[in-house]
Unconditional design. Structure first.
Length: 462
């Protein structure tokens, strides 16, 4: 085997501990001879510390190792090679990749044996531990600087740039896109926004297509209202605001509402978010297919789509509309008759859900005040509004309403208006209409065939 040695000493070490290059070289040479290996050369760093790998001899050894110019590397002691377990891990990985053995004269670090190979695994674990601890130390240091009000020198988010003095200022083009994203989210979903920007050829700062997480980041980042955030901490920044605080808070509430299923009109499927499968209770998902130049829209049970455990076949949107308007004709003549116990159960569930949202929203107002996003007066005003609504809901919990939420005459008038505007309305407008009138429409087929009749089983008014 072709054996090469690596020897190193710093001036302080030689003076303090007598680790001379000649002494190391002699011991390594004796060891190579005892193993019957061929001495093929040596690398040395005289007067260099092992704090990193930026040493002439080390760099030459790494280059030669990549070219497999020797078969075994011999050192007098491990700390002659490296002192950092991260650096050791890098060197050992390279030697292992090139099938070059590693041997320490005074230690049991021998990769030609099973015990030596176990050492590599141990080194890997130690390297990971050091990286994690280094990351934790860096994070703690940055957190301390942040709480002291110091600049962390992070990059300016999309919508901002830095001037010649390093000060964060607004970017005219990007800031317009940020404001547009917030405006679009009032009626559209995150995926729809990213696709719209991509279709228009609007790219990210790096020239890439927009992805959903990037839109989500812009919509949830308080930096756009002048607030700096680090982990769980936040404080007022010195940069200009791009978004009004009220709009930002409304956006956070809208995100929360959509997360729990109370979505606004964000897709091109008018009945999505409202239409429910009568067989399993799952949400019906809007989908589309293109055949030549024609687009076919249908609704499919979400449970069947995701898990395959529901047998309701997909239903064409034309059939959903037909059954919906057939039901409207009946309701116009008779009104909506739901059993009182069904109304009570649905009301109870909705009231409890809204009470829970009010509780979470109150915490958000408090956090916003703590972060100086809203004033004390705004906090009081919003808390009073929530408290009034909370008392109203709690009162409803104690008694069942004796009158319908929408009178028969009001509902008949709404149905007449709906039938008039439906043919001229866009898909988004149709969805807004449906969401305004209904929170749930339960639908089913009489059988499992595509030609079996479709029928609206029940509804829940919004």
């Amino acid at each position: 085997m072709r054996a090469r040695t690596y020897i190193r000493v710093s001036t302080d070490e030689q003076a303090r501990e007598g680790f001379s290059l000649s002494a190391q070289a002699a011991r390594c040479r004796q060891f190579i001879q005892s193993q019957g290996w061929e001495e093929d050369g040596s690398y040395k760093d005289d007067g260099y510390s092992a704090k990193n790998l930026e040493r002439p001899g080390m760099q030459q050894m790494l280059r030669d190792a990549k070219e497999k110019q020797f078969d075994v590397l011999v050192v007098y002691r491990l700390d002659r090679l490296v002192r950092s377990v991260v650096d050791l891990h890098l060197v050992i990985n390279l030697l292992e990749e090139k099938k070059i053995a590693f041997k320490s004269v005074t230690e049991v670090f021998d990769t030609t044996t099973a015990m030596g190979r176990f050492f590599i695994t141990l080194v890997g674990s130690m390297a990971q531990w050091e990286r994690e601890n280094l990351g934790e130390r860096v994070r703690m240091g940055m957190e301390r600087k942040f709480l002291e009000g110091k600049d962390l020198h992070t990059f300016a988010p999309y919508g901002y740039t830095t001037d010649e003095n390093g000060k964060v200022v607004t970017d005219p083009n990007e800031s317009a896109i940020v404001r547009r994203i917030y405006d679009m989210y009032k009626t559209k979903g995150i995926r729809t926004i990213s696709r719209a920007l991509n279709r228009e050829g609007i790219t990210t700062r790096r020239g890439n297509h927009w992805q959903d997480p990037q839109i989500q980041y812009i919509l949830t980042n308080p930096y756009y209202i002048g607030v700096l955030r680090f982990g769980e901490h936040s404080r007022e920044g010195n940069h200009p605001r791009l978004i009004d605080s009220d709009l930002w808070l409304e956006t956070q509430k809208r995100i929360e509402d959509r997360r729990v299923g109370k979505r606004a009109a964000t897709s091109d499927y008018p009945f999505s978010g409202v239409l429910t499968c009568a067989r399993c209770g799952g949400n019906m998902i809007g989908q589309s297919l293109k055949h030549q130049t024609k687009k076919y829209i249908f609704y499919k049970c979400g449970t069947q789509h995701n898990y395959g455990t529901c047998d309701l076949p997909r239903i064409a949107e034309t059939k959903v509309e037909r059954s919906f308007f057939d039901a409207l004709v009946e309701w116009q003549a008779e009104g909506i008759n739901m059993p009182s116990d069904q109304k009570e159960g649905l009301d109870l569930k909705q009231i409890e859900s809204e009470l829970d949202r009010i509780k979470r929203r109150r915490r958000k107002w408090q956090e916003a005040f703590a972060a100086d996003i809203i004033t004390l007066e705004e906090l009081k005003e919003r808390t009073q509004e929530d408290r009034a609504r909370e008392e109203e809901l709690k009162t409803k919990l104690t008694k069942q309403p004796e009158t319908p939420r929408v009178t028969l005459e009001e509902f008949k008038e709404a149905i007449q208006d709906l039938r008039k505007v439906w043919p001229q309305a866009t898909a988004t407008e149709r969805k807004q209409i449906i969401r305004t009138l209904f929170s749930e429409i339960v639908i089913d087929r009489d059988g499992n065939g595509r030609n079996d009749p479709v029928k609206v089983i029940s509804t829940e008014l919004a």
